[in-house]
Design a protein around this ligand. Sequence first.
Ligand code: 6PG
Length: 246
Amino acid sequence: MPQMHIHSDIPALTAAVAQRWLTLAEQAIAQRGRFTVALSGGRTPRVLYALLASPAWRERMPWSQTELYLGDERCVAADHPDSNARMVHETLLDQLTQPPLFFPMVKHPELPAQDAAHYAQLLRERLTEDEVYAPPCFDLVLLGMGADGHFASLFPGTPALEDRETLVLPVWVDALNAWRISLGRRVIAAARTRIVLVTGEDKRATLLEVMHNPLSSKPIARLQHQAELEWHIDQAASFHSPSQPD
Ligand code: 6PG
């Protein structure tokens, strides 16, 4: 059953998720010697990554035993303003004296299918610990939600959203007139924990539908049946009062 955490504002949400990150990291490292995370992109997680890199938090984080990946990426150059890899560097990696391993998704923006295949191979090599046919398993997948209900780059109406097998997919997004690369549903579902960050009033209507309409066609509604799913939302995106005093 998904857990819903409603926070009074973005700073409270960010601090709570940073604490969850640390707890999950300590558990993963104790059990398996490392902590593997697929980062979400876009606007919402910027404040979280900046907090993790802040003096108050960065010394507490086990960066040397942490491996950072991307959950999705825009097919643009690494220095492009829309690049998620660039955003992760600016907000987190470039702020750390000894940054964690980071595996960008896009090396050839003009070859999305090739980059997707290469990333899938990377995940198979680095994250398939159990029996051979198990999908790569992240300790944590961070996700955001678009106002249209997409998660990662699994947008409404795309074949990628219906694909339950492919590990990493090239995604043509008509609405954006652009290529993306995304983890597939199989990898997101195989993660030990999924945390969805949603802030802002523009997401409220979609969130209300996803939470209350079991027949919702919004892409992210497909995650609702998964265990180990944590929603962390702020008051602006919520239709309820905060779940507990922050
Ligand atoms: C991306 C993200 C995407 C994002 C949602 C929400 O690359 O854009 O991975 O899935 O989480 O689009 O984006 P915002 O946080 O900017 O609202």
